[in-house]
Design a protein around this ligand. Structure first.
Ligand code: FAD
Ligand code: GLY
Length: 385
C-alpha cells in the first residue's frame, strides 16, 4: 500500500466489521494515533467471534500443504501471552486465557493409527506434540471413557474465552480513541478506480484514507463501487452447545478433541461442545441431527456429560475463503485493505493479524507472514487455470 497522506495529517481509517479481527486492528491503529471508526451492522462481537470455541490450536490442526497457515498460527501463539496481558491490563477485564494444553484422545484402534500418523507428520514440522499412554491420559483426565487407548498431547495449544475477548477489545479500542458505531451497516466501499474514497452508510459517503474490510463471513456482501471482483468468502455454518459443569468440580480441565467433536472447559463452569461444519449458507437452524452428533460423540469420550444441564445452543458462520486460508493485505485500489477469511482460526490469529495489518496501514510494510495471503492469489490461480 503506498502512503499518499502527508505525515502531519491524522490518518482516517474506517473498519467494516467489529468482530475480534476488526476490533483488534482498530485498537492497534487507535493506539498509534490514527482516527479510527468501526462500523458493525449488528452488535460488535456478535458474529463468528461470539460463536467460536476459543481454541488457540496451531499445532494440533497442522495439515499437509498449509505451511503458510501454520507459520501464521505459530507466530500468533507466540504473541498471545503479551497480547492477553496488555488487553487485560488496559481494560481491567479478564479474558480467561487458559494454558492447560490440548489432548486428542484415541478411542479405537483406527483412531490410534490415524493419530500416530498425524504425530509423525507433526514431528517432521518440529511441533511440540507427544504421545500419552492410556494410563497417563486418564491420570490427566479421569472422566475420560475407560476404553481410551492413548492420546496426542499438545502442550502449547491453549484456549481463551472468545466472548470475553471480544468484549475486552471493544473497551480497549474505545479507550484508545476509536469510535464504534453498532447497528450501522456499510452498504458499499467507494473508490475512484485508483484509490479508496470511503464507505457508503445510510446513503451518505463517509470519507476515509484507508478502508479495512473485516466483515467476516459477510465480506463478499460488501461490494466495491464501481465494481471489482468480489472477495471469495463464504459462510461455513457451525452448530455448538454449552453444558453447565460445577466450576468447583469440573469434569474436564484440558481442551479435549476426539473424532468428530471437541470439548472446551471454561473456568466459569461452561463446557463448550462443537462443532458441525456445514455448507448451508446463512442458515441459522439448530437441528436435531447436529445436536445429536455432537452430544453422542462427546458422550463417547466423557460419559459423565449425561448428567450435565444444556445451557445454550447456537449457530455461527466461519468466514471461509476459496482456499480456506485468510485474505490479508492490500486490495485492488490504494487504501483498501482486506482482513478476512480467517475460517476456523480467527481467534487464534487475532494478535498476528492486528500486528500485520497495523504495520501495513501505518508503515506500508508487508509482514512476510502475510505476503502469500493477499487477495491477488485468487487472480493468479484463475489466470493459471
Ligand atoms: P466476525 O466475528 O463474524 O465479525 C464480522 C463482523 O462484521 C460481524 O460482527 C458483522 O456483523 C460485521 N459486518 C458484516 N457485514 C457488515 C456490513 N456490511 N457493515 C458493517 N458490519 C458488517 N477460531 C479459533 O481460532 N478457534 C476456535 O476454536 C474457533 N471455533 C469456532 C467455532 C465456530 C462454531 C465458528 C463459527 C467459528 C470458530 N472459529 C474459531 C473461527 C472464528 O470464530 C472466526 O475466524 C473469527 O471470529 C472471525 O472473526 P471476524 O472478526 O473476521 O468475523
Ligand atoms: N476451530 C473450531 C471450529 O471452527 O469449529
Amino acid at each position: 500500500m503506498s502512503a499518499t497522506i502527508a505525515p502531519s495529517v491524522r490518518l482516517k481509517v474506517i473498519i467494516v466489521g467489529a468482530g475480534v479481527i476488526g476490533l483488534a486492528i482498530g485498537w492497534r491503529l487507535a493506539q498509534a494515533g490514527a482516527d479510527v471508526t468501526l462500523y458493525d451492522k449488528d452488535r460488535a462481537g456478535a458474529g463468528a467471534s461470539h460463536a467460536a470455541a476459543g481454541m488457540l490450536a496451531a499445532c494440533i490442526e497442522a495439515e499437509p500443504g498449509e505451511s503458510h497457515l501454520l507459520a501464521l498460527g505459530r507466530a500468533s501463539q507466540a504473541l498471545w501471552p503479551a497480547f492477553a496481558a496488555e488487553l487485560e491490563q488496559a481494560t481491567g477485564l479478564v479474558i480467561d486465557r487458559r494454558c492447560d494444553g490440548t489432548i486428542v484422545a484415541a478411542l479405537t484402534e483406527d483412531d490410534r493409527a490415524r493419530l500416530q500418523h498425524q504425530l509423525a507428520f507433526q514431528h517432521t514440522l518440529n511441533l511440540p506434540v507427544a504421545w500419552l499412554s492410556a494410563a497417563e491420559v486418564r491420570r490427566r483426565e479421569p472422566h475420560l471413557a475407560s476404553g481410551v487407548i492413548g492420546a496426542l498431547w499438545s502442550p502449547e495449544d491453549h484456549q481463551v474465552d472468545n466472548r470475553r475477548l471480544a468484549a475486552a477489545l471493544q473497551v480497549a479500542a474505545r479507550q484508545a480513541g476509536a469510535t464504534l458505531l453498532e447497528q450501522t451497516a456499510v452498504e458499499h466501499i467507494v473508490h475512484d478506480g485508483a484509490r479508496v474514497q470511503g464507505v457508503m452508510v445510510g446513503g451518505a459517503l463517509q470519507e476515509a484514507d484507508v478502508v479495512i474490510l473485516a466483515a467476516g463471513a459477510w465480506s463478499r456482501g460488501v461490494p466495491l463501487v464501481p465494481p471489482a471482483a468480489r472477495l471469495p468468502v463464504r459462510p461455513v455454518k457451525g452448530q455448538m452447545l454449552a453444558l453447565r459443569m460445577d466450576p468447583a468440580a469440573p469434569i474436564l480441565r484440558h481442551v479435549l478433541r476426539v473424532p468428530d467433536v471437541y470439548l472446551v472447559p471454561r473456568h466459569d463452569g461452561r463446557l463448550i461442545i462443537g462443532a458441525t461444519v456445514e455448507e448451508k449458507g446463512f442458515d441459522r437452524t439448530i437441528t436435531a441431527g447436529g445436536m445429536l452428533s455432537l452430544i453422542e460423540a462427546a458422550w463417547r469420550a466423557i460419559p459423565a456429560i449425561e448428567d450435565l444441564a444444556i445451557e445454550e445452543t447456537w449457530v455461527g458462520f466461519r468466514p471461509g475463503s476459496r482456499d480456506d486460508t485468510p485474505i490479508l493485505g492490500s486490495g485492488p485500489v490504494d487504501g483498501l485493505v482486506y482482513a478476512t477469511g480467517h475460517y476456523r482460526n480467527g481467534i487464534l490469529l487475532t494478535p498476528v493479524t492486528a500486528r500485520a495489518i497495523a504495520d501495513l496501514v501505518l508503515h506500508g510494510t508487508v509482514d512476510p507472514l502475510i505476503q502469500p495471503l493477499s487477495a491477488a492469489r485468487f487472480q493468479r490461480q484463475a489466470a493459471a487455470a
